[in-house]
Design a protein around this ligand. Structure first.
Ligand code: SAH
Length: 219
């Protein structure tokens, strides 16, 4: 494993600045902030980009995909857990595994699905090296959810479909929450929070976001 100590870009101060920015942007959950402070984001990207790892920006991870901006990872995680202890969560769009690593420290078990096999494989190796073990991985189209692992008390979708996939709704537990960006145009998508109640689903629009598209089939 690459060293996570001792190089400038991983210095306490650099990471602390990122945390200060997240607080300025309205992130308040201290557990979430602590986890983000401690997950070495630079290990989730190519060496050539690692010096930019603690900037609040999305960066390329290959295969036309990006690692999500720290703000959006923090925001979605905070909204997903919402002061509860979640036991079983589905994440769609593993990508490099950064969001997975954050979720895994706060949640009982994370089930993560990615359609691009080499990304999934690399994410799995990284999380193993970081000693994160409470994660199950699947190479699949997340539009199917993950039936065998359902129901989920939380679902986090990291790519934007034009509408909410039916299967994901069906795999939510009652009381469960899903965070999902909806819409075609990058930067014009809407983050939505779906809550399953005993009688149906409540959908709340939250904020404008920018995600890669949710694509069908395996990549
Ligand atoms: N969670 C990542 C961000 C990943 S970017 C992070 O922490 O930075 C979004 C990912 O969603 C990409 O890797 C893309 O391949 C994947 N994706 C897009 N559509 C998908 C689908 N239908 N099923 C599974 N993964 C999908």
């Amino acid at each position: 494993m690459k060293s996570i100590q001792g190089i400038g870009m991983t210095s306490r101060r650099t990471r602390e600045r990122m945390i200060d920015r997240l607080i300025d942007q309205g992130i308040t959950n201290h557990e979430v902030l602590d986890v983000i402070r401690n997950v070495p984001r630079h290990l989730f990207m190519d060496d050539a980009l690692a010096s930019r790892a603690y900037e609040d920006t999305a960066l390329p991870i290959g295969h036309g995909q990006t690692i999500s901006q720290p703000y959006i990872v923090a925001k979605m995680t905070e909204l997903l857990i919402d002061q509860r202890h979640l036991k079983n969560v589905l994440e769609i769009g593993t990508g490099c595994g950064y969001q997975t690593a954050v979720l895994a420290q706060l949640i009982g078990h994370v089930n993560t699905v990615e359609r691009i096999s080499p990304l999934l494989k690399k994410a799995k190796e990284r999380l193993w090296e970081l000693n994160i073990r409470n994660v199950s991985y699947q190479h699949s189209d997340g539009g199917w959810g993950w039936e065998a692992k359902a129901p989920f008390d939380g679902i986090l979708v990291a790519a934007a479909p034009p509408e909410i996939p039916e299967k994901l709704l069906a795999q939510m537990a009652i009381g469960g929450v899903m965070l999902i960006p909806i819409g075609k145009e990058r930067g014009m998508q809407e983050l939505q929070r779906v809550t399953r109640t005993a009688s149906g689903y409540e959908i709340e629009p939250l904020e404008r976001v920018s995600f890669v598209p949710f694509l069908s089939g395996k990549g």
